[in-house]
Design a protein around this ligand. Structure first.
Ligand SMILES: Cc1cc2nc3c(=O)[nH]c(=O)nc-3n(C[C@H](O)[C@H](O)[C@H](O)COP(=O)(O)OP(=O)(O)OC[C@H]3O[C@@H](n4cnc5c(N)ncnc54)[C@H](O)[C@@H]3O)c2cc1C
Length: 494
């Protein structure tokens, strides 16, 4: 595929659609998008940035760019680890949707919110806190407040109650989408002009699920209805420490399987190892050996269960059950019962863990400036194997072995996130990250593990291995985007 490098005439066309203030090829502006794309090792600087406000403007932009064969990469906040930036040259138009930031409706009976792409985690959380304090929207648990609810859905991320209700994609009901030919469709029950977005499945096969995970390569989402859930006042965090990832995995799975019971009260279940604590500070300012962390009460591995309940009585029951299951596991089934102990968290630690949205992941840039989340989905009972394999690889390449693991849908899946802390000013360090990513990808795919947000260059192997699926993905792409203008290169699609 070849694309047109947009020229002054194309910029004029964009200005004609959105107005002079909202389209620019000024290098200082276009380059600022690259600097925002933390973790985007292969991201490119867009040629033009366009900032529409209305669906109609997006329609016109897509029709124009399709006809001219100019690449278009949509971005809601651009904080998805660099993957909202263009991946090819010429990079074409970056469609910055941050001006589309209306919270259109909150329906507490049918339990959904309708939002535009520019509605941020922080914005929606603050709005609900002020106007609907008894309801919690599905914002990403650890993503920056400036990241958006919509971007997280298209990425199929995970929410603040993901262990109880499933992956972020499951929280999304209906959407309005603009295809590159200018057609605007609504999915699910919303396909019927008289219907509310109350049901994800509408007329025949469900197109929304097909568009989930499309990461800007199939259409531009302009509105979405997301589920909201009650936000009860009775909350706490229970934590247990372990000496090894297998005890963490197995105890957590036992609790996750308590469905129709306490498993549904454990909204966010996440853990990891002690380097997760260590790498939140500058490398030269903290001790690196485990003995120091042991001294401050950090176990080599641990798991946190964030619990929400409707009454204090219910919450007390949940906490008691988790602790009694952990005691029983420690006595009877643990690999190393001696190494297991409850982790008494300070009320300030509990409060900071429960603060939403939080900036919990941001300090990893302190260690050595660069950080990269390389996130995988694996069956829960394989997460300890994943952690062992990945930590070895990180040590082999000279990176601290930082591992974070969380449960999705009551331990049906594990989201495993090695956090690679590296020196982004040193080319060799960047090369090492890519070599390790390549090596672990080859191993991971053989195990049947998946990437959450595939790197277009390294994780392309997954598409090659799933040849028949990829054939149909390409056919669908051709149907919706015959000129291949939407986010070329993303998802290994032209
Ligand atoms: C420090 C840090 C912590 C994070 N923690 C979490 C976490 O706890 N949970 C989690 O799930 N994620 C997390 N993430 C990942 C990321 O922040 C989320 O996925 C986020 O919500 C993405 O939103 P965004 O608006 O930045 O998306 P963007 O980067 O703008 O877009 C995401 C993808 O979707 C496409 N896209 C965006 N908007 C549209 C649209 N309207 N139509 C079509 N395509 C579109 C883009 O092209 C891109 O491929 C974290 C990221 C960082 C940097």
């Amino acid at each position: 595929m070849s694309y047109k490098l947009p020229d002054e005439k194309d910029l004029e066309a964009m200005i004609g659609i959105v107005g002079k203030k909202y389209a620019s090829n000024n290098k200082a502006i276009t380059a600022s998008y690259l600097s925002k794309s933390v973790m985007g090792l292969e991201a490119q600087i867009p040629d033009i940035v366009v900032r529409p406000k209305y669906t109609e403007e997006i329609r016109k932009i897509l029709i124009y760019c399709s006809a001219e064969k100019i690449a278009v990469s949509p971005v809601s906040a651009g904080l998805s680890g660099g993957f909202a930036c263009p991946t090819i040259k010429p990079s074409g138009v970056m469609l910055d949707l941050s001006r589309m930031d209306r919270i259109i409706e909150i329906d507490t009976e049918n339990r959904y919110a309708i939002v535009e792409p520019g509605v941020t985690n922080g914005g929606l959380w603050a709005y609900m806190h002020k106007n609907y304090p008894d309801w919690a929207p599905p914002i990403a648990d650890g993503a920056p407040p400036a990241a958006t609810v919509m971007g997280d859905a298209i990425d199929r991320g995970f929410s603040l109650y993901t262990s109880s209700v499933g992956p972020q994609g499951d929280n999304f009901m209906c959407a309005e989408v603009v295809f590159p030919n200018g057609d605007v469709i609504r999915t699910g029950s919303w396909a019927l002009p008289t219907a509310k977005p109350f049901y994800k499945y509408g007329i025949g096969p469900d197109m929304w699920s097909f568009l989930m995970g499309s990461q800007g390569a199939l259409g531009v989402f302009t509105k979405v209805a997301v589920k909201i859930y009650p936000h009860p006042k009775f909350k706490t965090v229970v934590a247990w420490g372990m000496s090894n990832p297998y005890d963490m995995q197995d105890l957590t799975l036992e609790i996750g399987k308590q469905e129709f019971g306490i498993a549904h009260n454990t909204v966010m279940v996440q853990g990891g190892n002690y380097p997760l604590v260590m790498t939140r500070w500058p490398k030269d300012k903290v001790p690196h050996d485990y003995e120091f962390y042991k001294g401050i009460g950090v176990s080599p591995w641990w798991m946190n269960w964030e619990c929400w309940a409707q009454t204090q009585e219910e919450l007390d029951y949940v906490v008691k059950r988790i602790n009694s299951m952990a005691e029983d596991f420690k006595k009877n089934r643990a690999k190393d019962g001696e190494g297991m102990k409850p982790w008494e968290l300070h009320p300030k630690q509990i409060a900071s863990r429960m603060k939403k949205p939080n900036k919990i992941a941001v300090p990893y840039s302190f260690w050595e400036a660069g950080f990269l989340f390389i996130t995988w989905y694996v069956p829960w009972n394989e997460c300890a194997h994943f952690a062992e394999m990945y930590n070895k690889a990180m040590e082999k390449y000279g990176f601290p072995p930082v591992m974070w693991i969380a449960s999705i849908e009551r331990c049906r899946q594990a989201i495993c996130m090695p956090i690679v802390c590296f020196d982004s000013t040193d080319e060799k360090s960047v090369e090492k990250v890519q070599m390790m990513n390549q090596e672990t990808t080859e191993y991971g795919l053989k195990q049947g593990w998946f990437n959450y947000r595939p790197d277009p260059y390294i994780h392309i192997q997954a598409y090659y291995q799933s040849g028949m699926y990829w054939k149909y993905l390409r056919a669908f792409k051709k149907l919706l985007d015959p000129n291949g203008i939407l986010h070329p290169g993303r998802l290994a699609l032209p």
